[in-house]
Design a protein around this ligand. Sequence first.
Ligand SMILES: [Ca+2]
Ligand SMILES: [Ca+2]
Length: 231
Amino acid sequence: MSPIAIKGRACVLGTVTLFVVASSALGQPDLRPTGITAPALGTTQHTIDVSWDAENRGNGEAKASWYDTLYLSADEVVGAGDLTLAQLARSQPVAAGGTYTLAQTVTVPNVAAGNYYLIVLVDVYNYVYEESEANNQFTKAIAITGPETLRIVAINKMANGRLRIDFQSISGLTHHLETCGAMEEGLWAREPFYITEDGTETQEEIAGTGATLSIYVVPAGPRAFYRIAAP
Ligand SMILES: [Ca+2]
Ligand SMILES: [Ca+2]
């Protein structure tokens, strides 16, 4: 019995050695999401366009297919209670150093107004064996307003003729919108608006939010209301 036992152990050791050499020679892929493109503001039960970019920063090809999942989360960690907004398959391989983009129009769930996070997890089912499985998440903040009407707290005509509107949701979210062009106060209007953080329209905001919103302005006044809708 003894010679047979020795032969079997040698065989196992040989197999282990061969696997390590082959794995090292081929290289491993390493998928990593690098960005999420989405509006800074979403409205419940309205759609938003979301896309995410990812790269293969490893030195081996990522072989198809795998799945990426987009979540809506109240914090920056995926956990119980987070909502799945989209799950997309990547059905082509990505070479070492290569990139890919997935995009989906999603409906913002009927959640309470507040500040949330879009979180993308690439290779969510771990179909791809990667150099690192710890870098597969990317997070982007998004504010969500309810279907409620929003209260205008200030309307100001700016020096360039544009109209700036500061508004607040019932839940206390504050934002401001600024018309793309000169606009008359006190009129019903339907104009594309940009969301701005600082009152200055930048290319990044336009590209990043993709966000012109249609807005219906009720005649100006501190008690006026308006609603926003998808373009
Ligand atoms: Ca990875
Ligand atoms: Ca993986």
